[in-house]
Write a protein that binds this ligand. Structure first.
Ligand code: NAP
Length: 499
């Protein structure tokens, strides 16, 4: 077991959030940091999701850092380009020496006397740091469904985020379970190769058009020479996202135009029975809205069948649906999403007085601005509870959070503070507002989604317009935190104006 001398900041996760945080640390003059990742490469979700057709469904000019425009081959770039963007970012900001792979954090424990976090790593090492930034994301633990007989299947099977590129699907009968954002990207690709695809749908999604298009050389040059054109496009994408968000958080009447677009898309399906199967019975946005031009045409093509009978069990030779109907399959692909609500799992996090984060979050994860949890000093979350989006770019949210955390670290240094910890009353008031706002949002309108707890409470999504989140995190306010002076002694004193 190796022990290293304490560092200023330990960042957990080398995806968009962790790398963006590292850039901000560099810009703040903090070079004493490590970026820990359980995998053997950077990229986070863009490293893990290598299924055929993987691409971002948010246009690239908004799905990238504002300080770091990319050079993209098309409006919705494929996964390898996004991963390459992150690699270039890491190279350009010389993050390589800070990256430690094969270093999953299993536990984090705060030592109040020394004002230090100790992180236990999967490789047996420990790391100590004054501050910790968790950037592990929310969509990193694949969820396999609890269907009886899943292990009895005789052929190959895998989850979309663990794609088996070694199995050739040519000429095979493929069963795909799930019709979420991942499945609607890989099913059209699989259908081009396989002999037959059964798509098992439990709930139909709303699928809006994807305004994709190639960016040829001339266009790329224009975006580089005339940044105003790229920025105008970024703004346009953002405003469309805010229109969708208005429908999700204010009133579905803002969704009139998107609903018309969806109905137009659906017209490519001429078979009335198939079309009926594709019509959701919930308000648009309650589950994530999807973007694709080839989903409905794929469902309508020969060799693809949309199966809506409930799955009874999985057998050695395929899937058995209600009433014991056996549907043979050579391969099963699970597009069944991720374990989303146990944020930070399986890490155990111990804060002040031995407080356990998973106990604190027993009734649902909650954090002030999605970033700070009372009782866990100098511990910051990126893409924490209630900061996911249903209609806009998560990179925009991450940038706001990264700026906020960098400001917190600067304030800590400027004031010579051993630690800062968000005040419980501040967190409570904020949490009450989030819950009240969520109650009137589309996410609590009654559908089943990965945003909500079993009781139907939204703990994933930011329940307001995206720009209003950014205005909340624009400034770090030390008065909202309890602080411990440096040279730690005595008891915590309140920050300016603290109660
Ligand atoms: P998902 O949206 O959670 O979809 C999972 C699918 O599996 C749903 O259709 C679900 O049905 C179905 N399912 C789950 N358990 C099942 C069971 N026991 N029996 C039958 N069906 C079952 O997962 P995802 O498609 O991987 O996407 C997750 C999130 O990742 C997205 O919402 C999005 O935020 C992100 N993502 C983004 C992109 C992008 O381009 N930006 C691409 C992919 C993913 P129900 O709907 O009935 O639960």
């Amino acid at each position: 077991m190796a022990e290293h001398s304490p560092c200023r900041v330990a960042v957990i996760g080398a995806g968009f959030g962790g790398l963006g945080m590292a850039v901000a640390l560099r810009q703040a003059g903090i070079d004493d940091f490590v970026i820990l990742d359980q995998a053997d490469d950077l990229g986070g979700t863009w490293r893990d999701n290598v299924y055929p057709g993987a691409a971002c469904d948010v246009p690239c000019h908004l799905y990238s850092f504002s300080f770091r425009p990319g050079r993209w081959s098309r409006r919705f770039p494929p996964q390898p380009e996004i991963l390459a963007y992150l690699r270039t970012l890491a190279d350009d900001y010389r993050l390589g020496p800070h990256l430690r792979f094969g270093a999953g954090v299993t536990a984090a424990e705060f030592d109040e006397d020394r004002a230090l976090w100790t992180l236990s790593l999967s490789n047996g090492d420990t790391i100590q740091a004054t501050s910790v930034v968790s950037a592990v994301g929310q969509l990193n633990r694949p969820a396999l469904p609890d269907i009886p007989g899943r292990d009895d299947f005789a052929g190959p099977s895998w989850h979309s985020a663990r794609w088996d590129h070694g199995t050739d699907l040519a000429g095979k009968r493929v069963a795909v379970i799930g019709t979420g954002a991942s499945a609607i990207q890989f099913v059209p690709e699989v259908a081009r190769t396989a002999a037959h695809v059964d798509v098992y749908q439990r709930t139909p999604p709303y699928v809006l058009p994807k305004t994709d298009g190639l960016y040829h050389h001339g266009r790329q040059e224009m975006f580089e020479r005339l940044p105003v054109v790229r920025k105008a496009d970024r703004l346009r994408i953002f405003l469309y996202g805010e229109l969708l968000t208005s429908g999700f958080v204010l009133s579905p009447k803002f969704l009139t135009a998107p609903m018309q677009m969806w109905r137009r898309q659906l017209r490519v399906i001429t078979d009335p029975e198939l079309r009926d199967k594709c019509i959701p019975d919930y308000v648009m946005g309650c589950k994530r809205v999807l973007f694709s031009n080839d989903w409905y045409p794929t469902l309508a093509r020969p060799g693809v069948e949309l199966v809506t009978d409930p799955i009874e069990r999985i057998a050695g030779g395929g899937v058995v649906t209600a009433g014991g109907v056996a549907r043979p399959a050579d391969v099963i692909i699970y597009g069944t999403g991720f374990s989303t609500l146990d944020f930070l799992a399986p890490m155990s996090v111990t804060g002040l007085a031995g407080r356990q984060l998973h106990d604190t979050w027993r009734d649902g994860a909650q954090a002030y601005l999605g970033i700070s949890v009372s009782g866990f000093p100098n511990f910051f979350l990126l893409y924490g509870p209630s900061t996911n989006l249903g209609g806009n770019s998560i990179i925009y949210m991450l940038e706001g959070q990264i700026g906020y955390v960098a400001a917190a670290l600067r304030a800590q240094d400027a004031e010579d503070l051993a630690w800062l910890d968000v005040r419980p009353d501040v967190q409570q008031a904020y949490g009450d507002w989030v819950q009240a706002a969520s109650r009137t949002s589309v996410w609590e309108s009654g559908c089943r989604s990965w945003y909500t707890t079993a009781a139907g409470r939204n703990i994933s999504n930011w329940p307001d317009h995206t720009f209003l989140y950014r205005s909340r995190v624009r400034r770090f306010d030390l008065a909202r935190y309890r602080v411990m002076p440096g040279q730690a002694a005595g008891t915590a004193r309140a920050g300016t104006g603290a109660t």
